[in-house]
Ligand binder design. Structure first.
Ligand SMILES: N[C@@H](CCC(=O)N[C@@H](CS)C(=O)NCC(=O)O)C(=O)O
Length: 206
């Protein structure tokens, strides 16, 4: 039994969607971002960086960092084919784009959501705007990489779960519709996968 810690609409979506796709048994422990529970001692004991998601795996070990969680679940549930075969071109591309989203997009979310952690009050709005611009710019790179219907020509992978999640953050729905048609179609396909559909609905609605 796995235990996933996180909030709805947060990075916990990616871990939960992967658990669901793999058919893994899990509990979802709500940690409220609104109440700042990720910064309370109870959660800091789980993840000292105060970030979600965090996953307690069946051995009791805690895994944090969304990309590490996705890779761990791909290893635990090979039959779910969350990644292309090892040592294939497609697998290398999966690592490339997973790292791109985790390293180049995700850190911008903290800057956009909590600019006060980085600059004095006078600079907060400008920083937030810049972080959102970087998110949009980097989503456009993902947009151009989508083979269709999924990110890799190989087919569905954990990258699609991750990209679909980022498609929901940091910009207005109108911008998304006008600029990310392939990513919107990909997110739609992810949201309709039988195992993921109820998870998507809980996190992002319909
Ligand atoms: N590098 C982390 C980033 C996680 C992250 O920033 N999560 C957000 C929610 S989507 C969070 O916990 N924010 C609360 C905070 O920064 O206080 C990962 O990939 O898991």
């Amino acid at each position: 039994m796995f235990t996933l810690y996180g909030d709805l609409g947060s990075g916990a979506f990616s871990a939960e969607a992967a658990l669901a796709e793999a058919g893994a048994p899990y509990n979802f422990e709500l940690v409220s971002l609104e109440k700042n529970e990720q910064r309370q001692p109870a959660f800091l004991a789980i993840n000292p960086s105060g970030k979600m998601p965090a996953l307690r795996i069946s051995e009791g070990e805690i895994i944090t960092e969304s990309a590490a969680i996705l890779l761990t679940l791909a290893d635990y549930f090979p039959q779910a084919r969350l990644l292309p075969p090892q040592a294939s071109k497609a697998r290398a591309q999966a690592y490339r784009w997973l790292a791109f989203m985790a390293d180049e997009i995700y850190p911008m979310v903290e800057i956009a959501d909590y600019p006060e952690r980085f600059v004095p009050q006078a600079g907060e709005e400008a920083l937030r705007t810049a972080a959102r611009e970087r998110i949009r710019e980097r989503l456009l790179i993902i947009e151009r990489m989508i083979a269709g219907p999924f990110l890799l020509a190989h087919g569905f992978s954990l990258l699609d779960i991750y990209a679909a999640m980022f498609s929901r953050w940091g910009h207005e729905p109108d911008w998304r519709l006008a600029n990310l048609p392939r990513l919107m179609a990909l997110a739609d396909a992810v949201s309709r996968r039988p195992a993921i559909a109820p998870v998507w609905e809980r996190h992002f609605g319909r």
